[in-house]
Design a protein around this ligand. Structure first.
Ligand code: HEM
Length: 512
């Protein structure tokens, strides 16, 4: 039997709630609760109380296109959006603004609390999350390995050696057995093995295993999860619920354990090698083991673990993705592939290929190969969106006012496709745009082409990545013809970087 007292209490509560929601909806008819409009910044109006959260959530799978559409539909290179639970973010593809944020007013823009919270359990206090003195000592320590001698005498040799393992162990077998290869997965294994060997002195041999190595699988899950936290304001609630609902699935904390075990093994292994005097050169990890942190203390195992994981994402993912998108573009553009092959055959004779020191010198001067790589990174930047946090008020070069506590986001994926930045053929894949009338490589400003970031935090591994990618490109183009397996959907996975969502399956043939 119903109780008249509790029924009337319930109906009064419902009426009061409806009245409050209506009043809030009238006060915030097109934006998030408690948010204000931002004068002078192009903005599409959203829904009452939640703002643009529903659009962001429903376009999360195609976020990069969604952002591009935002710039083109508002006909502005700088936009903003109000969305419940997501901090106010000003997005830009204007080269002047990007250079200002990353270079000219560097001190005002930091890695912010949102990034630290979303990626903290994976990247800890490593270089990608660090600011101030904590960042400086890591940058300085790591920079010592990127010297000409290492490039000439060590890095090229490692890349050639790992390529040889890939060719014999994966690609030649696929040719002989007429098997399909997942090119994307193979590139991830190649860059993982190469980087773990030259950075940490460990021969991992991921290329030798058919499956994904457990560390890599868990690392990818953690990364994807970190990214999802940016667009899911309720992640602290939804993640534990998801664990309860899917108890048979490995949870993020279990994936983190797998990742930690791997990093700790690498560290222990190195300690033993150092103790036995087995190292004949000082690589990344041994340099950090000898370094002192921002408090002038030797690094703890936890700090070393952060270093290892930050450098794995830097050294593995970005280059593997760039190589995958490069071959995707080559397969879709046979004209470009033939032109590249011509340059490869002219420069990479068997003598050159057999001598890493000469190979390094020859590759440095291959203009078209560089143009192909830069053009791929223009359309498929390995870091497709990136953000910083304003420590103080500022005005961007296009006049956009920035408030203290705003996030500023720049979007290289959208920028590469923006006609106002790259001209009417912005969306076309044209390596020739990187070559001057004198046949030299064109250099664009870091604001126009921020694929490797800009200013004091410009990518430390830019030259390493370019060398690795070009060595792989020239060897693979020279030895093999790849063909896409028809009917697959090759697209990106929205994440911190730009992986292919379902890989890229190819047939492999030897060139005669
Ligand atoms: C195609 C390959 C690569 C691309 C497109 C790329 C791009 C980038 C970008 C956009 C950043 C800025 C990230 C941020 O701070 O939010 C960055 C930073 C960095 N990259 Fe790369 N990267 C590549 C390969 C590499 C490699 C092979 C290494 C080797 C160690 C490396 C080391 C680093 C480091 C240490 C930083 C942090 C710099 C700092 O904060 O001072 N990168 N990279």
């Amino acid at each position: 039997m119903s109780n008249p007292l509790s029924d009337s209490y319930l109906s009064r509560t419902l009426c009061a709630s409806a009245a409050i929601i209506t009043a809030l909806a009238l006060k915030y008819p097109d934006r998030a609760l408690f948010d204000e409009h931002r004068e002078g910044i192009a903005e599409r109006r959203g829904w009452p109380i939640v703002g643009r959260l529903p659009e962001i959530a429903s376009n999360a799978e195609i976020l990069h296109e969604f952002l591009l559409h935002g710039f083109t539909s508002l006909n502005s290179l700088t936009t903003t959006a109000s969305a419940l639970g997501i901090p106010r973010t000003i997005s830009t593809v204007d080269p002047r603004n990007i250079e200002h944020i990353l270079k000219h007013n560097f001190e005002n823009y930091a890695k912010g609390p949102q990034l630290n919270a979303a990626t903290g359990d994976l990247f800890g206090h490593g270089i990608f999350n660090a600011n101030g003195e904590q960042w400086k000592y890591q940058r300085k320590t790591a920079s010592h390995i990127f010297n000409i001698k290492n490039f000439r005498d060590l890095f090229t040799e490692v890349f050639v050696k790992e390529l040889d393992i890939m060719c014999k162990g994966v690609l030649d077998k696929a040719v002989a057995l007429n098997q399909v290869v997942d090119f994307h997965d193979t590139m991830f294994k190649f860059t993982l093995d190469s980087f773990i060997l030259l950075g940490f002195g460990v021969q991992l041999n991921a290329l030798g295993s058919k499956e994904k190595v457990p560390f890599a699988a868990s690392f990818d899950e953690c990364q994807l999860n970190s990214f999802q936290r940016f667009i899911n304001p309720l992640w602290r609630v939804t993640e534990p619920i998801a664990n309860l609902m899917h108890p048979w699935k490995k949870s993020i904390s279990q994936h983190l354990d797998t990742v930690d075990i791997f990093a700790n093994e690498v560290i222990e292994n190195r300690r033993k090698q150092l103790a036995n005097g087995e190292m004949d050169h000082r690589d990344l990890l041994s340099r950090f083991m000898e370094a002192h942190n921002e408090n002038d203390q030797p690094l703890s195992n936890r700090e070393l673990r952060d270093i290892v994981l930050n450098f794995v994402i830097a050294g593995r993912d970005t280059t593997a993705q760039a190589l995958s998108w490069t071959f995707y573009m080559l397969l879709l553009h046979p004209r470009v592939e033939s032109k590249l092959l011509k340059e490869v055959l002219q420069n990479i004779t068997d003598d050159v290929a057999d001598d890493p020191v000469i190979l390094y010198e020859v590759i440095k001067n291959m203009t078209y190969a560089h143009a192909v790589f830069y053009e791929v990174l223009r359309l498929y930047p390995s870091v497709p969106n990136n953000q910083k946090y304003a420590l103080n008020v500022d005005i961007l070069p296009d006049g956009t006012p920035i408030r203290k506590g705003d996030y500023v986001m720049w979007c290289p994926w959208a920028q590469g496709r923006t006609e106002a930045v790259w001209g009417p053929d912005a969306k076309e894949f044209k390596p020739e745009r990187w070559i001057t009338a004198y046949g030299e490589l064109r250099r664009e400003s870091q604001g126009q082409w921020p694929a490797f970031h800009a200013g004091p935090r410009v990518c430390l591994g830019q030259n390493l990545a370019t060398l690795e990618a070009l060595v792989a490109m020239v060897f693979l183009v020279k030895r093999y013809r790849f063909r896409l397996v028809p009917g697959q959907n090759i697209t990106y996975q929205v994440s911190l970087t730009l992986p292919m969502k379902e890989g890229m399956r190819v047939y492999v043939h030897k060139r005669c």
